[in-house]
Design a binder for this molecule. Sequence first.
Ligand code: SAM
Length: 390
Amino acid sequence: MSQSGRIVWHRRAPARPGAAALELGGLLESDWRRGDTVREVLRRVLTTIEPDEVEVIRLAAEKTLLEHCGDTVRLRGLIEFSNRCVLDCHYCGIRRGNRAVKRYSLALDDVVACARWCADKGYGSLVLQSGERSDAAFVRRVEAMICAIKAATRTDAQPEGLGITLCVGEQAPETYARWFAAGAHRYLLRIESSSPALFSRLHPQNQRHETRVACLKTLGEIGYQVGTGVIIGLPGQTIDHLIDDLLFFRDMDVDMLGMGPYIPHAEAVLPGAPEVPPAQERLRLGLRMIAAARLLLRDVNIAATTALQAMADDGREQGLRFGANVIMPQVTPPNVRKMYTLYDGKPCLDDSAEQCAVCLDNRIASVGRRIEKNQWGDSTHFAQRLGRTV
Ligand code: SAM
């Protein structure tokens, strides 16, 4: 650390990389909470292109992860149970206005079969994700799914059944409460961008930033572990937007994060090239956002998202190396998977859940981490907030 209290960035490979990481980690610990430098530190984390500096940042993020969350990777089998959607988000391939998409909804039995498969594999948790609806039939259907999954996945290894994360968008407080009572205990609702101005450029006028913030607050009050996140590399998005996003996560005291690079879809409203940064730049920013979030928030669960894998074959492994600790392996039946194409180039479209599982074991082992089996894999931050242990 220099006299001024700023970080000294290593211009060359430090003689002892471990010590450098410790030094940076230590500095970050003392500096993060100082309002006068936090933006500057985050800017350097997001923008530096010096390979040695990047490695120092990566090591600091990895060290923070290992200290606060341990070395296990938490799995959530991802079931995309319906692509029917009433919203028209400008970036999304399954938006209501895309008439080229064939719509589907999985039957309850098919969803439960996917959940049983996850339980047999020791996945521990699953995510139920779909396009957005809030009509009474949908609310009842999700409730029925939660109850059926809980009943079908109680085993000796997991007496309380699989952990359930919901990712089904903005809903009324009563709906959130009803699903929580049925047994769901985590909820992912991305803010997409913490900037109201950028949010409004990404969505039709009837979708409001303030509604999403209110939903996140309601979810926390009900007792969910709350996750949010942003899309990275959007047209018109600046580094200052991303810094604001990180500070928003901190100020909202979230438990989980799911962020990923923007990947254009041919039928979406939002433009692709040349308005969008090149793919390598979006991947780079995606990894830096994970590292910055890990350093800033420390004990939250952070997903290495499928969108990272769409940018590079080893994108999710890179995400783990930069501080992520959650992976959502695809368990949606292959016959409908193509119909849930949010962006072009979605990976693993033809692989069976079994093939994805084998591939995943190898991928996680390749970065020196291990899978946590038969555990919900809850957010350490959530437990700390409640004064419990995970
Ligand atoms: N409807 C629910 C919601 O909005 O929370 C869940 C489904 S929604 C399709 C899941 C996420 O996909 C969105 O929050 C958005 O961030 C992401 N997404 C959609 N289109 C994308 C794109 N073109 N590139 C990257 N991420 C995208």
